[in-house]
Ligand binder design. Structure first.
Ligand code: 5RP
Length: 218
């Protein structure tokens, strides 16, 4: 049986087939790290990358891949990133690594979101993994009360985001309508964004299973 890391590596390799050239949007996390290591092997084909976190930028630069500021590029063909949970509709729950806001911004600028996951991430309903919500520090208590009114149990993560904000991890939500929940939480004053990627879901899911990498499209 393959280990979870072996599955992550397989799916990272499969994602390289989507790299045709230009600038690549790159996500954050352990699966994205495997992708960065694979991307380094074809770096001669690309102009560079836009990073969704400081950690990703550092790893890209360590491989000699040029990192562009998002404001200096007009867009990119693909964005490649992992997820904490994903459904067959390609709605995702992300932000386990705390990079959700920059991930959502870079993904918004990409033609195609390619999500790379091992099979443990595919779920029928989102919400078993606590939903990360990035919040301006002064709004932390207010937002926590509002999230509690929605039926969640927010827990403050001991973490500061690359944007200088805090994260509330919301436990106990069963997210039956991810598009509506994403919008509802983003309406709370003080929320920067939440980890539901449903209004803009993935376009392609590459899922590493014991029987090889399966491709799902919208
Ligand atoms: C980081 C993320 C990651 O994509 C998510 O946490 C999955 O990480 P991993 O590949 O390590 O399981 O959203 O903010």
């Amino acid at each position: 049986m393959a280990t979870q890391d072996e599955l992550k590596q397989q799916v990272a390799q499969a994602a390289v087939a989507y790299v045709k050239g230009g600038i690549i949007g790159v996500g954050t996390g352990s699966t994205a790290n495997f992708f960065i290591d694979e991307l380094a092997k074809v770096k001669h084909k690309i102009d560079g990358a836009v990073a969704s976190s400081e950690a990703t930028a550092q790893r890209l630069r360590a491989h000699g891949i040029e990192v562009f500021d998002l404001n200096s590029v007009s867009g990119m063909e693909i964005y490649v990133d992992g997820a904490d949970e994903i459904t067959e509709h390609l709605h995702m729950l992300k932000g386990g690594g705390g990079a959700l806001t920059r991930e959502k911004i870079v993904a918004a600028c990409a033609g195609k979101f390619i999500c790379i996951c091992d099979a443990t991430k595919l779920v029928p309903v989102l919400g078993k993994f606590p939903l990360p919500v990035e919040v301006l520090p002064m709004a932390r208590s207010y937002v926590a009360r509002e999230l509690t009114r929605m039926g969640g149990q927010p827990v403050l993560r001991d973490f500061t985001t690359d944007n200088g904000n805090v994260i509330l991890d919301v436990h106990g939500l069963t997210i039956l309508d991810p598009v509506a929940t994403e919008a509802q939480i983003n309406q709370i004053v003080g929320v920067v964004t939440n980890g539901l990627f449903a209004a803009r879901p993935a376009d392609v899911l590459l899922l590493a299973t014991e029987n090889g990498v399966k491709t799902y499209t919208r």
